[in-house]
Design a protein around this ligand. Structure first.
Ligand code: DAH
Length: 346
């Protein structure tokens, strides 16, 4: 091998390298190519191995040619690398682009259950009169659910509430929200204006108008000099706000052990307007709640002096009010969690 052979080989390597660099299609291929030509065990090194066979005066010449070639290949690789990296970056930017103007996927929003929505409406109306919402437990004791409400253990009035007992120690599922009255009286001093919504339970044969689980809202007001006139005025305002000002209302005598006197409060049938229809049993009236003046014995059980304080209380069935609001005819629908029903109250 002489000088011209070696320079020819070097030149061939340079040309081949330049073509290969220009043809490298990605950064990885270019890196491999660089290794193959310029690496420690690369082809440039192996060509230069022939240098030992040359005359000593020729060796520096080859060294300088090889250096020039190395520099120009390195330059070509760097240039090609820049182009490829830019291309790859542009590709990634294109592929991974996020269009921030695309409308988001809508999140499905639920709605209030018609019972909760009705409770909220009731609370809003009484809230205008200063009533504050309290809650009592669903598992009550016989003492608060009955005895402190003036219903003795063997009193026939117990037959009004078909009770589900939890144990033999006197725990039961509250049959009404009225025990909340006792709890509020033990917790607050008059003036008291309390609203107690909650789930109640009774041992019932279930049909379109009877459920073993249902909701009530209890109201209690206690202050000095509270009268039946206050009760009447408040309930009339409630009926107006709930059903419209054009509806007639009436008080009828009723009986509850925890109020004296006791009344039923009726609103003109909102289905027939008072002429009589199946919805109101042809009476023209719908009873929406029971009420009365808190019995002195109940005030006493609540820790209040009945000589000083008077109060009124009322209790309404939420399903019945929701039925009237939404023209629902079967209260079992409220418990079934059927979306075809629930989605109608958006
Ligand atoms: N607790 C009664 C019931 O479940 C409803 C009721 C009537 C509540 C009269 C009262 C009231 O506070 O004064 O049937």
């Amino acid at each position: 091998m002489d000088l011209s052979d070696l320079t020819r080989d070097l030149d061939a390597l340079r040309r081949e390298a330049m073509t290969a660099v220009a043809a490298a299609s990605d950064v990885a291929a270019l890196t491999a190519l660089e290794q193959d030509i310029l690496g420690k065990k690369g082809r440039l090194t192996s060509v230069l191995r022939g240098i030992g066979a040359l005359a000593p005066e020729d060796r520096p010449k080859v060294g300088s040619i090889a250096n020039t070639i190395r520099i120009s290949i390195e330059g070509a690789i760097a240039e090609r690398g820049t182009t490829l990296r830019q291309g790859e970056l542009a590709g990634r930017l294109r592929d991974e682009a996020i269009d921030v103007t695309t409308p988001g996927r809508p999140i499905r929003r639920g709605t209030l259950h018609p019972i909760n929505e009705t409770i909220a409406e009731i609370a809003e109306i009484f809230g205008r009169f200063g009533f504050v919402v309290y809650e009592g437990p669903e598992v009550e004791d016989d003492v608060r659910n009955f005895q402190m409400l003036n219903i003795a253990p063997d009193h026939p009035a117990r037959d009004l509430w078909d009770t589900l007992y939890v144990d033999v120690e006197g725990h039961l599922l509250r049959t009404h929200t009225s025990p909340g009255q006792i709890r509020v009286m033990h917790q607050e001093r008059p003036p008291i204006r309390a609203l107690l919504p909650g789930r109640c339970f009774r041992y019932e044969a279930v049909d379109a108008s009877h459920a073993s689980e249902f909701f009530q809202v209890e109201g209690l007001m206690v202050d000095e000099g509270t009268t039946m006139g206050d009760l009447k005025g408040l309930l009339e305002e409630f009926a107006k706000a709930m059903y419209g000002g054009d509806k007639r209302t009436r008080f009828r005598p009723g009986y509850y052990p925890f109020t004296e006197p006791s009344v039923a409060f009726d609103v003109e049938c909102i289905v027939c307007g008072g002429s009589g229809c199946p919805a109101c049993s042809r009476s023209g009236w719908m009873t929406i709640l029971g009420a009365g003046m808190v019995h002195p014995v109940v005030l006493q059980y609540g820790g209040l002096d009945p000589e000083r304080y008077q109060g009124f209380a009322f209790g309404m069935g939420v399903e019945r009010i929701a039925n009237l609001r939404h023209r629902v005819g079967d209260l079992r629908l409220y418990m079934e969690n059927d979306l075809r029903f629930l989605e109608q109250f958006t």
